[in-house]
Design a protein around this ligand. Structure first.
Ligand code: S3P
Length: 189
């Protein structure tokens, strides 16, 4: 869908807009819309990791393990953040790394896409290729990740609640928050 072009606010010139949040929160989909609206490039960190490794995230986990993936993830994000500003969708675990958090703060703003468990379960059921969810019950795994990660994601500069509303509307809310420079969205629904 062709998005209406929106002026990037002055305070965001030269900065990355980095989307963080759990699997299924919509980081890639919303990131693409925001990027095309602000006329910025869009980068998906997982896709960059796959390109660098020459295989899928699933294969990296299977062949080399999670620690190896995390190390590659940290390095790839560091490299991306040293290049031209863009809208960057990170994988769900990336923001858990303190060095990555610092790099993001140095080069841009982090936007946490906060979603409730039911939404994440519904969305992740539809797609495979997420190694962490292949290990057992998706709902239990996501609930556990929420407990561990939401307190860390809460360090992000902006928090936007995502729901079942159409993605262009959520993207618009995110951009409005950025334009108005309102770091925290008060209302969850
Ligand atoms: C992960 C999320 C995935 C991918 C990898 C690990 C995580 O990305 O990076 O499977 O630890 O939450 P998405 O959040 O884009 O699905």
């Amino acid at each position: 869908m062709k998005q209406e072009i929106v002026d990037l606010p002055d305070w965001l010139q030269g900065k990355f807009i980095v989307l963080v949040g759990l699997m299924g929160a919509g980081k890639t989909k919303l990131g693409r819309i925001i990027a095309s609206s602000f006329e910025l490039p869009f980068i998906d960190a997982d896709a960059e990791i796959e390109a660098a490794a020459g295989c899928s995230v699933q294969e990296i986990f299977d062949r080399f393990g999670e620690d190896y993936f995390r190390d590659g993830e940290r390095r790839v994000i560091q490299r991306i953040l040293s290049e031209q500003p863009a809208v960057l969708a990170t994988g769900g675990g990336a923001y858990m790394n303190e060095e990555t958090q610092q790099e993001i703060s140095a080069h841009g703003v982090a936007v946490w896409l906060r979603a409730d468990l039911d939404l994440l379960v519904r969305r992740t059921e539809r797609r495979s290729g997420r190694p962490l969810l292949n290990k057992g019950n998706g709902r239990e795994i996501l609930a556990d990740l929420m407990d561990k990660r939401y307190p860390v994601y809460a360090k992000a500069d902006f928090v936007v609640d995502v729901s079942d509303e159409p993605a262009p509307q959520t993207a618009q809310r995110i951009m409005t928050n950025l334009i108005e420079h309102q770091p925290i969205e008060e209302n969850a629904s």
